[in-house]
Design a protein around this ligand. Structure first.
Ligand code: FES
Ligand SMILES: [Fe+2]
Length: 430
C-alpha cells in the first residue's frame, strides 16, 4: 500500500514531476520504425504529455521536435520534408533534426534572426525496430547492451500496443508472476508446435506451460536486486517432475524482460503517453532462429488496429467479455489472447489506481521491492544525484523458463541460459 502522496509521486510523469524527471533520464521508445515506413516519414508522438513530431530526414536520421513551430505555433506534423529538414507550411521556417532553424524564407535577405532560434529537439537512436529518444537533461547515457539490442535485426521483431491506463499499472502486471496461473489459465493445452509467436504456448521438458501454470497455483517467488534492476525467480514445485523455474526481470526503470518460449524472450517497455495512457513497446528476440516477422505481425494485427495500435477489445466494449464463455471455456471470458487479459488487469482498476486502497499479499513481493527502488531513485534524482542502473555495461538479462531435477534444481536456470547461448549464432555469454 502507498499513501496518496506516494501514489502521486510514482504515477505522475507529465510536466515538472519527480517521476517524469527520473524516466526522462533513460532512453525511451518513441515509435516503431514501421510507423515511419511510408512515403512521408513523419508522425505525431506524445511522451510524458509533451506534444512532439518525429521525422526522418533525407540522410535517414531521426529527429524528435516540439510539435508546435517556434514561429507562431503551427503544427509541424503537417510539415514538408525537404531541404535537409522539416519545413513549416505556414511561413516556411525549416528545422533540422537537432532543432536548428536553417531558413526563414520570408525574413529579409541578410537577416540572421534564424540563428537565434533553438527549436526544442531530442536525440534519437534506432535499435532493432524501435526509435528510442532521450528527453532528459545533458548528454544521453550510453545505450545498454541488452540481448534485444545486441541481436542482429533478423533475430528480432518489434511491436507496440496502446494501454488505456497509467504506465505503472502496466509495469506492475509485468512483475506479478502469480497471475499467470489465473488470468492466463487455459483449460486445454495446445500443441506447442502451433504456438509460434505466442506467450505461454511452449512446453518445458515436455510439460506444456499452460498445464503447469494451471496445476501449481502457489509459486514461491524470490526477488533479487541486480545491476540492471531486479531478477524475479518463480518456483513451481512439480513433485517428481522437478522444479519449474521461471526467471523474469525488471529492467529499471520501466521495462521487463521475460521468456516468451524456450527460444524467444520479450523485452517490453511501458512508456507514458500521458498520466492516463501508455504504450507497451516490445522487442521479441530469438536466440537461435530468424524471426518470422510477418507471422508475428499478422497475429498481433488481429487485436491491434493501425495507425494508433489500439486494441479492438478495450475498456469501451468491456474487453469483449462474455459470461457464457467465462462459465464454459476461459477463465476471463475475454477470449484466448493473453494481451487482452493483461489489458483488462492493467486498465480495469481505473486510469490511475489509488494504491492507498490496495491490500498487498506475499505474491506481490516483486511489486513491493520495485516500488522501493523506484521511490528511492525518484528521491535521488530530485536531490540532484545521478539516475541509477544505466549504461553500456548492462547485459542480458538472464530470462528463462525451465525445469530442474527435483533434488538438484538450484542453478538450473544458468545452465539453461548457457546452453541456449551456446546454440545461438549471436548471443555471447553473460
Ligand atoms: S508558424 Fe511556422 S513558419 Fe510561421
Ligand atoms: Fe500477464
Amino acid at each position: 500500500m502507498l499513501s496518496v502522496e506516494q501514489n502521486q509521486r510514482v504515477t505522475q510523469t507529465c510536466g515538472n514531476t519527480p517521476a517524469g524527471d527520473l524516466l526522462r533520464r533513460y532512453w525511451q521508445p518513441a515509435a516503431l520504425v514501421d510507423e515511419l515506413a511510408g512515403d512521408r516519414p513523419a508522425v505525431s508522438v506524445e511522451l510524458f504529455g509533451e506534444q512532439l513530431v518525429l521525422f526522418r530526414d533525407q540522410k535517414g536520421e531521426y529527429g524528435l521536435l516540439d510539435r508546435h513551430c517556434s514561429h507562431r505555433g503551427a503544427d509541424l506534423c503537417f510539415g514538408r520534408l525537404e531541404d535537409g529538414g522539416l519545413r513549416c507550411p505556414f511561413h516556411g521556417w525549416l528545422f533540422d533534426i537537432a532543432g536548428k532553424c536553417l531558413e526563414q524564407p520570408a525574413e529579409p535577405e541578410n537577416s540572421k534572426f534564424y540563428q537565434k532560434i533553438n527549436h526544442k529537439a531530442y536525440p534519437c537512436i534506432e535499435r532493432n525496430g524501435i526509435i528510442f529518444a532521450y528527453l532528459g537533461p545533458g548528454d544521453p547515457p550510453p545505450f545498454p547492451s541488452f540481448d534485444c539490442f545486441v541481436a542482429p535485426e533478423e533475430f528480432t521483431f518489434a511491436f507496440k500496443g496502446h494501454i488505456d491506463a497509467n504506465w505503472l499499472q502496466a509495469v506492475e502486471v509485468g512483475i506479478d508472476p502469480a497471475h499467470a496461473s489465473f488470468l492466463h489459465r487455459f483449460f486445454e493445452d495446445k500443441d506447442p508446435d502451433e504456438g509460434y509467436g505466442q506467450q505461454f504456448r511452449d512446453s518445458t521438458d515436455e510439460i506444456p506451460v499452460t498445464k503447469l501454470l494451471r496445476e501449481v497455483v502457489r509459486p514461491i517467488i524470490e526477488v533479487e536486486e541486480t545491476t540492471s534492476g531486479m531478477s524475479i525467480k518463480t518456483l513451481r514445485d512439480l513433485g517428481n517432475a522437478g522444479m519449474h523455474v521461471r526467471v523474469t526481470n525488471l529492467m529499471f526503470p520501466n521495462a521487463i524482460v521475460i521468456p516468451m518460449s524456450n527460444e524467444m524472450t520479450i523485452s517490453q517497455w511501458h512508456v507514458p503517453i500521458n498520466d492516463q495512457e501508455c504504450y507497451w513497446y516490445a522487442i521479441f528476440t530469438d536466440f537461435e532462429r530468424k524471426v518470422s516477422r510477418q507471422e508475428m505481425r499478422d497475429q498481433r494485427l488481429e487485436l491491434y488496429t493501425l495507425p494508433n495500435y489500439k486494441p479492438l477489445r478495450n475498456r469501451t466494449n468491456a474487453w469483449g467479455y462474455d459470461p457464457e464463455e467465462q462459465r464454459a471455456q476461459t477463465y476471463t471470458g475475454m477470449g484466448m489472447d493473453i494481451n487482452v487479459h493483461d489489458n483488462w488487469a492493467v486498465e480495469s482498476p481505473g486510469s490511475i489506481f489509488d494504491r492507498s486502497n490496495e491490500h498487498l499479499g506475499t505474491t506481490d513481493k516483486a511489486i513491493i521491492a520495485y516500488r522501493k527502488l523506484l521511490l528511492s531513485a525518484i528521491d535521488a534524482v530530485a536531490l540532484g544525484k545521478a539516475a541509477p542502473k544505466q549504461g553500456a555495461a548492462l547485459k542480458g538479462p538472464l530470462s528463462v523458463d525451465t525445469i530442474g531435477p527435483a533434488d538438484n534444481w538450484e542453478g538450473c536456470w544458468i545452465e539453461c541460459d548457457m546452453a541456449r547461448r551456446d546454440r545461438s549464432p549471436w548471443a555471447k555469454e553473460i
